[in-house]
Write a protein that binds this ligand. Structure first.
Ligand code: NAP
Ligand code: ZN
Ligand code: ZN
Length: 349
């Protein structure tokens, strides 16, 4: 086994602290990455706090992992030693079902293995530990190559915030001629803005934070609407083809559906612990509207997104933090005070 250290929560709701643990030996198809940066996703906070389901503890969060390859197995084909590599939210799947065969590992019929807070039932049945750590061992087929062109720290959030917003925009063929609203300007939201703009859509940010307007314009958004101000929201009633909903807390779906055009689509990527509820049937019926969801993206699509980012020079807007300040970052994230992704400099571990 390989000795590793990380930041872990020993129990639900705990603050994180230094923890020594072990990674598996590098197998024939594995690579070992020295982790240089790891992004901080709202999902990390949600899982430490058992907001989704009872977690597996100790928990080392982190699924926006980038670093350099320091060791590889004999059968590794995609990489060479010293390459920059990334690991996102998935580390294994059955490999046999229709979804796995069609590059949709995230929807594996057997249930995908998440990078942390999971057990790898396809391998050894042992718990998985994430990227708030100095090193990780992964199968090359769940690892992506990162271009040397991209700022590495700012590329880390592409591994979750990036792919989670890129994938639905591509799936629903968002592009020129579409009016797209991005609901919530945080980690996912700011990446959704960058991608929707790059794909040619007219983009409006729907935010609870009036202070984010200047940033919104700098990110490329064409319009900014403060959702607490009825005068502003009245002007965008029945106006959007798509809403990309990245909000992490409970909110009023009937209200946001009223901002969609006839045949409009409300794409949920955020995970409000309260769930997704529509009270009035006519919120959907009167206008043939859809509420849909999307989870991260497959490995091939993650590589496609990273190549798209290298081509269009897209990375996240980040605040680099020392790992000892992770609690401060979580507190700010809980208040929506995000500009627009915290990334841990792993040399501070
Ligand atoms: P984040 O950086 O904290 O951003 C969430 C944003 O939502 C906030 O910045 C805020 O934006 C808005 N918001 C927060 N509370 C709100 C409230 N009560 N009402 C309205 N708006 C509110 O979080 P993130 O990392 O982007 O993650 C967003 C959500 O996506 C989380 O639930 C996360 O677990 C989930 N997620 C899902 C997937 C997937 O596969 N589908 C992948 C990753 C993450 P404003 O200040 O602009 O209002
Ligand atoms: Zn995430
Ligand atoms: Zn499968």
């Amino acid at each position: 086994m390989i000795k590793a250290k990380g930041y872990a929560a020993q129990n639900a709701n705990d603050t994180l602290g230094l923890w020594d643990f072990e990674r598996r030996e590098v197998g024939p198809h594995d690579i070992q990455i020295e982790i240089l940066y790891c992004g901080v996703c709202h999902s990390d906070l949600a899982q430490i706090n058992n907001e989704w389901f009872p977690g597996i503890f100790p928990m080392v969060p982190g699924h926006e992992i980038v670093g350099r390859i320091v060791k590889m197995g004999d059968h590794v084909k995609k990489f060479k030693l010293g390459d920059l590599a990334g690991v996102g939210t998935l580390v294994n799947s059955c490999g046999k079902c229709g979804h796995c065969k069609n590059d949709l590992e995230q929807y594996c019929d057997e249930g995908v293995t998440a990078t942390y807070n999971n057990v790898d039932k396809f391998r050894d049945g042992l718990p998985t530990y994430g990227g708030y750590s100095n090193t990780i061992v992964t199968d090359e087929s769940f690892t992506v190559l990162i271009s040397e062109k991209l700022d590495l720290a700012a590329a880390a959030p592409l591994l979750c915030a990036g792919i989670t917003t890129y994938s639905p925009l591509k799936h629903w063929k968002v592009g020129k001629g579409h009016k797209v609203a991005v609901l919530g300007l945080g980690g996912l939201g700011h990446m959704a803005v960058k991608f929707a703009v790059a794909l040619g859509a007219e983009v409006t940010i729907l935010s609870t934070s009036p202070k984010k307007e200047a940033d919104a314009r700098r990110l490329g958004a064409h319009h900014f609407v403060v959702t607490k101000d009825p005068e502003q929201t009245d002007k965008v009633k029945s106006s959007f083809d798509f809403i990309v909903d990245t909000v992490s807390a409970g909110h009023d779906f009937d209200f946001y559906l009223s901002l969609l055009k006839v045949d409009g689509t409300h794409i949920c990527v955020g995970v409000p612990p309260e769930g997704i509820h529509v009270n009035g049937a006519f919120s959907l019926l009167a206008g043939r509207k859809s509420i849909v969801g999307s989870a991260v993206g497959g490995i091939a699509e993650t590589q496609e997104m990273l190549d798209f980012c290298a081509e269009h020079n897209i990375v996240a807007d980040i605040e680099i933090i020392d790992i000892k300040d992770i609690q401060v970052a979580f507190d700010r994230m809980g208040k929506g005070d995000i500009r627009y992704r915290f990334v841990i400099d792993m040399s501070t571990l």
